[in-house]
Design a protein around this ligand. Structure first.
Ligand code: CP
Length: 314
């Protein structure tokens, strides 16, 4: 595995889940493995979990993590080939990424979408510029279209909470939000859940279909009540429209999960990647109750990152 940017195959996913659970039982068992190696964590956007969990994962392997908040601390980057840089941008990505590639053994990049330029976002243009010009292994800390470390942590969390002998019904449900939100978490969750062989149903209002590249193999059900029936795991996430790119069509509060939504799924567990807008996306009673796996997902971000870093440094 050179880069970690997406779901590759079930065999690799199973290996990473097993290794992550092994690290969870003994986080510092390979404390010398990364000695002398540095991972540069480059954030073009804000983060709490991804930032802290990736640093802890690196430290657990004896690696040195260095975080750069490029949006606040770096030079304004120019991404376009052949740009005449006579406006706001100060440094070209081909220079910046090449320099970072000489400083670090591994780069980890967060680069959110524009939500206005659909083609650029779908091509994961900014993220791929780092891969193109850095010359070192790159880990996605969330790109325009995927959040694979989150999805790996989610698969680990499902694995830990599965009822033995039962193929779980997994549901990804759209939730209301006040802002236009990227598709990366929802895309990636679908990609990993389908790839790992889960029975996935996706439910959302009409007009919120995700890119079919990520959802082929899932059932699409526009009626949330039907979708939730007999669910074992319910993943809650907002995303903006993909077809009417980046637009909000509805904020219908009836899509926010409360206890009454679980009448036909009494044992369902609820997942969310966080941060969550309480009582907009998910009710307090769900987040603070026994169904919630959100803190376990966040904890598993450490071991997902550790399994990936360990694999990359070999
Ligand atoms: N879930 C997640 O990626 O959280 P942060 O945006 O805080 O890193």
């Amino acid at each position: 595995m050179k880069h970690f940017t997406q779901f590759e195959n079930k065999s690799l996913a199973d290996q990473l889940i097993t290794e992550a659970l092994d690290y969870k039982s003994d986080p510092r068992q390979h404390i010398s493995k990364g000695l002398g190696k540095k991972v540069g964590c480059i954030f073009l956007n804000p983060s709490l979990r991804t930032r802290a969990s990736t640093q802890i994962a690196a430290l657990n392997l004896g690696m040195e993590p260095i975080v750069m908040n490029m949006d606040k601390e770096g030079w304004a980057l120019e991404m376009k080939e052949g740009a005449i840089m006579n406006k706001g941008t100060v440094e070209h990505i081909k220079d910046a990424a090449a320099v970072l590639g000489t400083y670090f053994d591994v780069l980890a990049i967060r680069a959110f979408p524009t939500l206005s330029n659909k083609q650029e976002d779908t091509d994961d243009f900014v993220f791929n510029q780092f891969i193109k010009y850095s010359g070192v292994p790159v880990i996605s800390l969330e790109s325009a279209i995927r959040h694979p470390l989150q999805s790996l942590a989610d698969m680990i969390t499902i694995q830990e909470n599965i009822i033995a002998g039962k193929k779980p019904k997994v549901v990804l449900t759209w939730a209301p939000h006040i802002k236009a939100i990227p598709h990366a978490v929802a895309n990636s969750f679908a990609e990993w859940a389908i790839g790992c062989g889960h029975d996935l149903t996706i439910t959302h209002p009409v007009g919120y279909d995700l890119d079919p590249m990520f959802t082929n193999g899932a059932k699409i059900e526009y009626n949330q009540e039907k979708a939730l029936s007999d669910a074992d795991f319910v993943y809650v996430k907002n995303w903006s429209s993909f077809n009417d790119y980046g637009k909000i069509h509805t904020t219908d509060p009836s899509w926010m999960l409360t206890e009454k939504h679980f009448q036909n799924a009494p044992n369902a567990k609820v997942m969310h990647c966080l941060p969550v807008r309480r009582n907009v996306e998910l009710s307090d009673e769900i987040l603070d109750g026994n169904r919630s796996l959100v803190q376990k997902q966040a904890e598993n971000r450490i071991y997902a990152a550790q399994a990936v870093l360990s694999k990359i440094i070999g």
